[in-house]
Design a binder for this molecule. Structure first.
Ligand code: GLY
Length: 397
């Protein structure tokens, strides 16, 4: 974290943190499986046989680690260790790009807070598995399915903007091991995403379709958005956060410019309560669903962009971004908190995927990023420990 001002005494944020710890404590007693979404008194969980490597599985563990960091309560650390162990087998699973989400939150953050080298070792193995999904013709990490030799042609030719958030595991792996292959893949993937998914106005397509053998880009697509040429808000948030992260590690200006453009698009299109509709191009706005999880991701992504600006001396831009992230987090707590509902969650009104009919749910990733934003806004020392300065000391290409 930079020298941006902390809000350690903000009563709203301190109430939100207290509420988060008691909610997590309750969940810790009852959960038998990884939580995903919620509309009533119990979480809907991931049934292992349905999707063994579900992308959401790190968010619950990441929250437990952060709760431990805030409270020093060993019960949170014990639970986080046990849940991390349940994920360790995925380090060799080449079938998902989401190893970044899963291992960065469950293993890297846990290792930073406890010094447990075993967690780092598994995370490094996961990074080695993740780069097996790299298509060197198209210079991208494949989004869905398995790579060669088993992957289908369609799967091998698709990227999505969500992958930008998986690159941090690769940057961390280079920093930790000194092996630049990880960051080189991350840089190439980020460049390809920037060139094919990010548009001149700062909006972002969710999916890109390629010819996997020639590597040529074919067209934009979507999976959870309204249309191929529209802009799905959570995906846009993944991109804005992911490009800021890529800049912080590498110092490549094109990544900073991209995250800035994304943030400008966001500011132009945000509703008054700072929580976006599920897709900026939905024809039903304002009579359609909000996505509180997108707002929670943006709050964290804007704080990272503030760190970029602060690092290069743009203090007024940094303060503006930090204020926006802070007001967004306040709005989430005041208008989207689940505290007056039966749900054992932090936020309500997330939109997992409107085209698939999953909306108006609490989402585990919304809760995780809300806690990450609260942590970064209020506890600079803990934030420095869990999310230390991103800056590669190795030269990458
Ligand atoms: N990465 C999938 C999603 O954001 O829903």
């Amino acid at each position: 974290m930079s020298n941006l001002s902390s809000q350690v005494d903000n009563p709203l944020f301190n109430n939100a943190l207290d509420y988060a710890f008691s909610t997590l404590e309750g969940n810790m007693q009852v959960l038998q499986d990884f939580p995903e979404s919620c509309t009533g008194p119990e979480w809907t969980t991931i049934v292992k046989n349905r999707v063994p490597s579900n992308w959401v599985n790190g968010f619950w563990v990441g929250q437990l680690w952060l709760a431990y960091g805030h409270t020093n309560d060993e019960r949170f650390a014990d639970a986080a260790r046990q849940w991390s162990d349940k994920l360790a087998w995925l380090k060799d699973s080449v079938g998902t790009h989401d190893l970044g989400f899963i291992f960065y939150l469950s293993h890297v953050i846990g290792a930073r807070l406890t010094g447990d080298e075993k967690l780092y070792t598994s995370a490094l193995q996961a990074a080695s598995t993740l780069i097996k999904r790299y298509n060197s013709r198209g210079e991208y990490l494949q989004a869905w399915g398995t790579p060669l030799p088993t992957g289908t042609r369609k799967d091998r030719g698709r990227i999505n903007i969500d992958i930008m958030m998986n690159l941090e595991l690769l940057y961390w792996a280079t920093e930790y091991s000194g092996d630049t292959r990880y960051a080189d893949v991350a840089n190439q993937h980020a460049r390809t995403s920037r060139l094919t998914l990010v548009r001149a106005d700062g909006s972002i397509a969710q999916v890109g379709d390629f010819d996997p053998d020639s590597g040529l880009f074919i067209h934009e697509e979507t999976h959870q958005g309204f249309s191929f040429d529209g802009c799905w808000s959570r995906g846009h948030a993944w991109g804005q956060y992911g490009f800021a992260t890529a800049y912080l590690y590498t110092g490549f200006d094109s990544f900073l410019e991209t995250s800035r453009k994304n943030a400008q698009y966001l500011e132009k299109n945000l509703p008054a309560d700072l929580v976006p509709f599920w897709d900026y191009d939905s024809p039903d706005i304002p009579d359609t669903y909000k996505d509180s999880s997108a707002s929670a991701v943006y709050a964290c992504g804007l704080l990272e962009l503030a760190n970029c600006e602060s690092r290069i001396g743009n203090q007024s831009a940094a303060e503006h971004l930090q204020k926006l992230a802070s007001t967004m987090t306040e709005s989430l707590w005041q208008n989207y908190s689940a505290k007056d509902t039966p749900m054992p969650t932090l936020l309500k009104e997330g939109a997992r995927s409107v085209p698939h009919n999953y909306m108006e749910q609490a989402l585990i990733y919304g809760d995780y990023y809300f806690l990450e934003a609260l942590t970064k806004l209020t506890r600079p020392e803990l934030a420095m420990k869990a999310f230390p300065e991103k800056h590669l000391t190795y030269k990458t290409t």
